[in-house]
Design a protein. Sequence first.
Length: 332
Amino acid sequence: MVILRPRVFVTRQFFPEALEVLTDAADTEVWPDDEPPTPEQLLGKVVEADGILTNIMDRIDADVFQAAHRLKVVSQLGVGVDNIDVAEATRRGVLVGNTPGVLAKATADIAFGLLMSAARRISEGDRWLRAGNWKMQYHPMVWLGAEVHGATLGIIGMGQIGVEMAKRARGFDMRVIYYSRTRKLELESQLGMEYFEPSDLLSTADFVTLHIPLTLETRHFIGERELRLMKPTAILVNTARGAVVDSQALYTALKEGWISGAALDVTDPEPILPDDPLLTLDNLVITPHIGSASIDSRRRTCLLAARNVVAGIEGRRLEACANPEVYAAKGI
Ligand code: NAP
């Protein structure tokens, strides 16, 4: 009797040690190109798949679930699963894995780096200097920026990355205030933080940093109203998802000085279009979604995503799952 091995499709090349975890357990096909498969190509690849390993650029919608009739698990390389129709997966009994925790510190490092860069105008100074503008000698009244130490940091979303931001802020003697769906009394005393309602946080903080997932509820969480509540000296940092912020409102806020600056690792859409007006602004620091892209963090993330695939195709619980309600239906 021929025993068929499970099949896995991986939508992008990744760490060889993570690939090994997959090939030990399944016939594994890896998309060879740097550009992601088109929706049509993806549909073609998932037809016989028991598991898919995806990332933020892959739209895993009802059509994919319809085509992938053997599918048991979609394993996302990342913590946010806003590119996956999780409700449809749940309806069909397909597990959705993700990779929280292993990338939280690396992402907080970038968020704090962006905050520093926007406050002290590091990227702006670099661009200006390389453009050949450094002609005047040192002048005490130019290139002044905002002080980070001692300032008030407002964290929106007190999950794994939010906590890491609070820890970094403590090292800079910052006052930390936060808003999250659920109040965290124990963390408040551990990390010396205060809970604020969103409006109060926005009008109090010198820096506002976003660490909530993108959901129907959090789309444009920061829009015109919220930007107008912020201090004119304040800086907004977004390493969550681009669409958590209304980009048009942000452009106006930066252009008209409702706030002093912004730092983004994520945009809406991604990649940001080359003629996006945001890119014309000097008071914006921007990076191409590299929050979790440290070598060690990415390796850990790939390994966890691979283990989630194997657990899913073998009918075991995943190490991290975005729809654990499927376990009951599967009796695992
Ligand atoms: P997490 O541990 O799940 O934390 C998310 C936090 O947001 C939780 O504390 C959560 O709820 C809170 N929250 C959810 N919905 C909310 C709402 N409507 N209003 C207020 N708070 C809400 O996730 P994480 O690991 O910190 O990651 C956060 C996000 O960062 C991810 O979803 C992802 O989109 C993004 N991310 C980006 C990068 C990058 O490369 N730039 C890397 C990793 C992650 P409770 O308050 O109930 O706990």
